[in-house]
Design a binder for this molecule. Structure first.
Ligand SMILES: Nc1nc2c(ncn2[C@@H]2O[C@H](COP(=O)(O)OP(=O)(O)OP(=O)(O)O)[C@@H](O)[C@H]2O)c(=O)[nH]1
Ligand SMILES: [Mg+2]
Length: 380
């Protein structure tokens, strides 16, 4: 009996995932209107059109100045940036949970099933979702909470916190000198941009940074990193010719980092080679050779994932993890997606912490990931 039940529910989950995949194939970027439509939230009433008389030129100029000041002051404070970055995920996720709870008087199997659907659609992942919902169901039963549906939010928060922990897991660059960071990820996820943002952050903290342009596969990759390094300013930069051995670039950069008393060495790697096997072998070699240049290096193997790719990012973790031991994740483009739930899936499935989040394209659009703020921001 239980098995039949289980199979039925698993089939439903599979159907939901298929449905979601179909939607994902179409959607790259979810606009606010789409979220509102999808969530069946009330649409905002159309604004009345107001016609103003033309202002004199002088007043226009003054107004423009004031407008600019207002915008500067209103722009989010840095510590809030990644919370702003979660806006789309929050609107989608919490908006649905709120809808789900309105008018309910009981936590019943139907409510839990709908909650399961919302979690899967928010990219929390099937396995992780089933675990969360099953734990919530247990607690409701054991603590006799059936009559208090508004406690669902707290129960969900508790389950997410259980998975993510409460500690911030940022990069501990003080632990070694130089601290070597190897950055990996498929092409276009945001490796080079994240390296630039990290370099800017370390430079601001007074640390000396050296970059290794170990993506020798694409000539433009070296140029792109070099342009960023000039934009940040004050960075040391090691490059070889196009097509040369990336492991040799990493080796040179680490040796130069030691000789020049740098605090941090950051190695940019290729996102694509002729074959995936080649790429993985190359990464293994860079890691081995780094350890030869400085025993214990790299101290951080940072996998960069594009949050907008949702479950695809999960399969990337699997592939990279097989080749090299990934110690942390930088999740980029959180600002453009409602798929922030993958943070929970990644930690639950692989035990790898998200350490950094990218919330925009500018140099200061990188934040340390804080599990507590993440969970709070989802339910704000
Ligand atoms: N909105 C947004 N865009 C980002 C973020 N991080 C990176 N990008 C953009 O993503 C694009 C690709 O970034 P790159 O840093 O070149 O990616 P990459 O992984 O180095 O790519 P390859 O070198 O081709 O492997 C660029 O247009 C970046 O501006 C982010 O956090 N938010
Ligand atoms: Mg790059």
């Amino acid at each position: 009996m239980f098995n039949i039940f289980r199979r039925k529910s698993e089939k439903k989950v599979e159907e939901k995932v298929d449905e979601k995949k179909k939607v994902e194939e179409k959607e790259e970027y979810v606009s606010e209107e789409e979220i509102i439509k999808e969530l069946d939230l009330e649409e905002l009433p159309p604004e009345e059109e107001i016609i103003f008389e033309e202002e004199p030129e002088e007043i226009k100029k003054e107004n423009n100045k004031i407008k600019k000041l207002d915008i500067d002051e209103l722009s989010p404070k840095p510590s809030n940036k990644w919370r702003m970055g979660l806006t789309k995920t929050r609107t989608s996720f919490f908006g649905r949970i709120k809808n789900l709870l309105s008018g309910r008087t009981k936590i019943d199997p139907e409510l839990l099933e709908e909650m399961e659907e919302i979690l899967i659609q928010s990219d929390v992942g099937v396995e992780t979702t089933l675990k969360i919902v099953s734990n919530v169901r247990e607690r409701v039963k054991n603590e006799k909470l059936e009559g208090t549906p508004n406690l669902i939010t707290q129960l969900l928060k508790d389950e997410m916190t259980k998975i993510l922990g409460t500690e911030k897991q940022s990069l501990d660059v003080e632990s070694h000198k130089p601290f070597v960071i190897m950055v990996l990820g498929v092409n276009g996820t945001g490796k080079t941009t994240t390296i630039a943002k990290l370099s800017a952050k370390f430079t601001k903290e007074g640390k000396k940074v050296i970059l290794a342009a170990a993506d020798t596969f694409r000539a433009a990759a070296v140029d792109q990193l070099e342009i960023w390094s000039q934009r940040v300013g004050g960075l040391d930069f090691i490059k070889h010719q196009e097509g040369s051995d990336p492991a040799a670039v990493a080796f040179d950069a680490i040796q130069a980092g030691i000789a020049r008393k740098c605090d941090v060495v950051i190695i940019d790697t290729a996102g694509r080679l002729h074959t995936k096997k080649n790429l993985m072998e190359e990464l293994k070699k860079i890691k081995r050779v780094s350890d030869r240049a400085l025993p214990g290096a790299p101290h951080e193997v940072l996998l960069v994932l594009d949050a907008t790719t949702g479950q695809n990012a999960i399969s990337q973790v699997k592939q990279f993890k097989e080749a090299v031991e990934v110690t942390g994740i930088a999740l980029t483009k959180l600002d453009g997606t409602a798929k922030g739930g993958i943070v929970i899936a990644i930690k639950d499935e692989f035990g790898i912490p998200v350490k950094l989040v990218g919330v925009g394209e500018k140099l200061d659009d990188l934040e340390d990931f804080s599990p507590k703020e993440f969970v709070d921001a989802l339910f704000e």
